[in-house]
Design a protein around this ligand. Structure first.
Ligand code: C5P
Length: 403
């Protein structure tokens, strides 16, 4: 069982999504974890302490100043005794308290008294989530190392639509499993993933970039971690959060990316999903190029290192399985096959980024897996599903090769 022997302290805040926290307790326990529940005063308006106690098989903790609770299991012990703290639902109020270090009830005190990792699943009305204060608090919590799962976008209990729905219990349990280094078919394997675009400076204020969002690469890193791999993600500048349970290194340029990749090796498998800029400015300006100087800036381009080709031809340090991506706008398969040979990698995941599909930046992808022995056409799927299928294939291949 993926979470066998792990101890989770679940803090249930006051929102309608609290009813899903009950299902989350069952999911955690099904995966082998033991769960202790803290219910906030507002949370108790939505679910009862009796439900929480029945499902955790323990008492439900509610009161900071309870003489019996404090004598048996004080607030410090509650967080000290856990491997992971999970806040679900994390209300706007709880996030605000956490961001500011307030501790005026049992939940916020346990959260302040911990040095364990904390996973939060926000759930609130869309306008509360998008409010500058909540966004500011979330950014500051992320800076403190708090891991976010969700919120999802969709229909909400208040009748509105948008981001703010709590992530589904299974997704929260998956994120917890990744954070706790759950066992899986990739346990003991090191996987390196590159993701996102690179930014190539023109001068101190301008750069060359591309439309890559990092969604596909980040999803691959997350999927590999859920199967138990030790994952390093080297990401260019993206607007999406670091995936939970993944060591993420943020870089700007192709040269930085190559350096970070080399440092992260050895690995059993490397997946190069980043849209690395092919060229950079050879004569980068030390100062901002000035329009007033007249004429056009004297830009000349030079080629960037090809990270995929470099790693594919590394000899001793070459990962056993090297996977490249090919974003093509025509003759997708033929170009991918040529690229496989040219770059020296084992597989190419090819996708057509030309048509109305909106692959760049979108959530869906249609890919073809090109190997030395053939081509597989995969149906149109979400980027998460592509990631899961690819990573499952990698797990099967690595297993076949060396175990
Ligand atoms: O040649 P092209 O850019 O189409 O190849 C795409 C593949 O090569 C991707 O896997 C991408 O991550 C990788 N690549 C790289 N370094 C570069 C250019 C591309 O790793 N400089």
């Amino acid at each position: 069982m993926a979470l066998a022997g792990k101890r989770i302290l679940l803090i249930i805040g006051g929102g309608i999504a609290a009813y899903k926290a009950l299902e989350l307790i069952r999911d955690f326990r099904k995966r082998g974890a033991s769960v202790r529940g803290i219910l906030t005063k507002a949370g108790a308006e939505f679910v009862t302490p009796l439900s929480v106690a029945s499902l955790t098989g323990d008492k439900c903790y509610t009161d900071l100043f309870s003489l019996t609770d404090e004598a048996e299991m004080g607030h410090i012990e509650l967080s000290r005794d856990a491997d992971l703290l999970v806040v679900a639902p994390a209300t706007a109020d709880l996030l605000a308290k956490m961001a500011h270090g307030l501790a005026n009830d049992l939940a916020s005190t346990a959260l302040l008294a911990t040095d364990k990792r904390v996973l939060v699943a926000p759930a609130m009305n869309v306008r509360m989530w998008t409010h500058a204060a909540t966004q500011r608090n979330s950014a500051s919590l992320k800076g403190d190392g708090i891991i976010f799962v969700g919120p999802d976008e969709g229909e909400m209990a208040c009748g509105e639509f948008g981001p703010g729905r709590m992530a589904e219990p299974a997704a929260i349990a998956d994120a917890a499993a990744r954070l706790l280094g759950a066992e899986g078919p990739l346990s003991g394997r090191r996987i390196l993933v590159t993701s996102g675009p690179t930014h190539e400076p023109i001068d101190p204020v301008r750069y060359i970039a591309n439309r890559s969002s990092g969604k596909q690469g980040h999803a691959i890193a997350a999927a590999a971690a859920s199967l138990g791999a030790d994952v390093t993600l080297v990401s260019g500048p993206v607007a999406i959060p670091n995936p939970p349970g993944v060591k993420t290194i943020r870089v700007e340029t192709a040269r930085d990316m190559l350096q970070a990749v080399e440092k992260a090796l050895p690995a059993d498998c490397a997946i190069f999903c980043a849209a690395v800029a092919d060229w950079r400015v050879a004569n980068e300006g030390d100062q901002k190029f000035k329009k007033e100087a007249g004429g056009l800036p004297p830009l000349s381009l030079t080629e960037n290192p090809d990270i995929l080709a470099t790693v594919s031809r590394m000899g001793d340090k070459r990962p056993e399985l090297v996977v490249g991506f090919a974003a093509e706008t025509e003759k997708v398969i033929a170009h991918a096959q040529a690229k496989l040979a040219r770059k020296g990698c084992d597989w190419i995941v090819a996708n057509d980024v030309s048509h109305e599909g909106g692959v760049m930046g979108g959530d869906m992808n249609t890919v073809h897996l090109v190997t030395k022995t053939g081509v597989e056409d995969w149906p149109k799927m979400g980027k998460d599903a592509v990631a899961e299928k690819l990573v499952a294939r990698i797990a099967a291949t690595l297993k076949g090769r060396w175990v």
